[in-house]
Design a protein around this ligand. Structure first.
Ligand code: GLP
Length: 265
């Protein structure tokens, strides 16, 4: 779809590339390939990173290529999407702990170049301002990796939130608390709030890479990428980003394909 902004400026909507892999490993490899390309071409680039179960295989693949000597993260900078409020870096379910143990501990990245919101910050508003300033100081995000929440959230931007926000504090929905509960000792142990980059910060990334896997994402993937753009489905805004790559396995993509969206060879 094309939209004329003025006589001289035209932006293109719907610049979506979809790559299909047979399974989770294939999806992880393809997504890792795309991240690698950015790191190789722009060693000091700022990568936007994500947590969740989906990207675990992507980080494992990147670590393997690093160990083989094919990747060098010495100059790379990272900003993560989100962090639970109330969890410190030592808490096993904090996103800082996840990133360190699943990725940063295994590559030659300078830990000072890795950024997440501080879940223990005493003043949430000041923390949001600090995090926005960090993203700006890094020159913005070159490639933002995203998973998809079961209700269509990205980062922790839950349905109904405003599209124009940068980093902010959110109240998690019951469906997100339930989805994340298996990772905690009990449902009551899941934090009720989180810091998240806003949709505005995500949309300002030069390129976006969405990774999806499994049948339980098929419905939300189809709605997000072929249905109406609405704050009720936060990831649907990605249809308006000029450079989005969606990488998924067959199980996650089949409903999107049924809706008529074509897959790259
Ligand atoms: C959490 C994270 C999201 C992630 C989502 C999906 O809510 N905040 O960034 O995309 O979970 O996780 P999974 O990949 O485990 O399905």
């Amino acid at each position: 779809m094309r939209m004329n902004l003025s006589r001289n400026h035209e932006i293109e909507w719907g610049a979506l590339r979809v790559y299909e892999a047979a399974d989770y490993n294939g999806m992880s490899r393809r997504a890792a390939n795309i991240i690698s390309a950015h790191v190789i071409l722009h060693p000091a680039c700022c990568l936007g990173l994500a947590t969740g179960t989906t990207p675990i295989g992507i980080y494992e693949q990147l670590i393997r290529w690093y160990e083989k000597g094919d990747l060098d993260f010495a100059a790379t900078r990272t900003v993560n999407l989100d962090e639970y409020r109330g969890l410190g870096p030592g808490h096993e379910q904090s996103y800082r702990y996840f990133m360190n143990s699943r990725f940063f501990d295994h590559i030659n990245i300078n830990r000072e170049n890795t950024h997440l919101p501080d879940g223990l910050a005493a003043d949430p508003e000041a923390e949001c301002r600090r995090y926005n300033a960090v993203i700006r100081s890094l020159g913005g995000i070159r490639l933002q990796l995203l998973g998809l929440g079961r209700n269509g959230h990205i980062g922790f931007n839950e349905p109904g939130g405003a599209f124009e926000l940068e980093t902010h504090l959110v109240a998690l929905t019951q469906s997100t608390i339930n989805a994340n509960a298996p990772l905690f000792s009990s449902r009551d142990a899941v934090p009720r709030q989180a810091f998240t980059m806003g949709i505005k910060s995500i949309m300002q990334a030069k390129a976006v890479l969405v990774a999806v896997s499994g049948e339980d994402k098929a419905d939300i993937v189809a709605r997000a990428f072929s249905g109406p753009v609405t704050p009720e489905l936060p990831s649907s805004i990605l249809q308006m980003h000029p450079d989005v790559t969606l990488v998924g396995d067959r199980a996650a993509l089949h409903k999107l394909k049924e809706s008529g969206v074509t897959v790259c060879d």
